[in-house]
Design a protein around this ligand. Structure first.
Ligand code: GLV
Length: 322
């Protein structure tokens, strides 16, 4: 009998096709989210699940797993939606989908940097509202923002995505510095200056961009004390997870113009983000679309399928996290 696989959300057509060739598959072609209350009961009937980062696999979920479910293959790189210790206790394998999204996230990071620095939200709103013709256009103030060229970008978390962001930012003539738990290899560093302490790095950042995973150690890594160390015209960028930023601290800094702007793709409690962000015209926001281009989403879907295949063929997982 073929293993039964549940796919909780619509994934790419080609990935669904591959899966159907080898497994007894339940797809979610209408892409209707499975409510949290039903997720455990449903998953208990399957040998494997391909899931999205929106599905929450907490300790309550794993506590009621009765032994059939063997693997959850996530179509995301971040797995803060999964209680890894609880999964391990139940001997349920967890895999993710890293690397194939690195370029896409780096592109989104540059989009946020440019959008925040060059006031793209204000410009777009002015044009689309039809109010440009009524605006006072002058040479020194009208939509005048900040450059990237010649500025210093501080990267928090010099991993695979951080490294690509650094490469792309160098293309804009930026200087790169970074904070990481440990100094990385010379190849990863590629000339960027390492700071052992985030507090020491912050005063040197014209831009600071978060690229570390969401863990208890990185929760609120951008807190009030750290944000207050930024120079006056700094720009804060986040494409990692909302929990790395303390909303009260960032909103206060933006509101009081202690920093210049922020570019955010991720939020605490998204999509119900803190509504104070909506009132700030110096906050350029996107709806968590870091990896959202068609090729990347296809590659992420295929990686989840490969992880499932590896499990049932007893082969090496392309990307196992637990
Ligand atoms: C997206 O946020 C991901 O973790 O893949």
């Amino acid at each position: 009998m073929k293993p039964k696989i549940l796919v909780t959300r619509k994934i790419s057509d080609i990935a669904e096709k591959h899966l159907k060739e080898k497994f007894d598959v339940t797809l979610n072609l209408k892409d209707e989210p499975i409510p949290y209350e039903h997720l455990a009961k449903t998953c208990n009937e399957y040998d494997g699940v391909i899931a999205a980062s929106w599905d929450k696999f907490d300790s309550n979920f794993f506590n009621v797993m009765s032994g059939k479910l063997k693997i959850i293959a996530s179509i995301a790189v971040g797995y803060d939606n999964i209680d890894i210790e609880a999964a391990k206790n139940k001997k349920i394998i967890i895999t993710n989908a890293p690397n194939v999204l690195n370029d896409a996230v780096a592109e989104t990071t540059l989009l946020l940097m440019l959008g925040a620095a060059r006031r793209a939200y204000e410009g777009l709103t002015l044009v689309k509202s039809g109010k440009w013709k009524d605006a006072k256009v002058d040479f020194t103030n009208f939509m005048v923002g900040r450059p990237l060229t010649g500025k210093t970008l501080g990267i928090i978390g010099m991993g695979r995505i951080g490294k690509i962001v650094a490469e792309r930012a160098k293309g804009f003539g930026m200087k790169i510095i970074y904070y990481n738990r440990k100094k990385v290899s010379a190849d990863m560093e590629a000339g960027a200056k390492y700071y052992e302490s985030i507090n020491e790095m912050m005063p040197h950042c014209d831009f600071v961009s978060v690229h570390c995973p969401a863990t208890p150690e990185t929760k609120n890594i951008l807190n009030k004390e750290v944000i207050n160390l930024l120079p006056a015209n700094a720009i804060v960028i986040n494409t990692s997870r909302g929990m790395t930023v303390n909303d009260d601290a960032l909103i206060e800094a933006l509101k009081d113009r202690k920093i210049y702007a922020a570019g955010l793709d991720v939020f605490n409690d998204e999509p119900n983000l803190d509504s104070r962000y909506l009132e700030l015209d110096n906050c350029f926001t996107l709806p968590h679309i870091g990896s959202a281009n068609n090729e990347t989403r296809e590659a992420m879907s295929l990686m989840a399928v490969e992880n499932i295949e590896a499990h049932f063929k007893d082969q090496k997982y392309p990307s196992r996290v637990a």
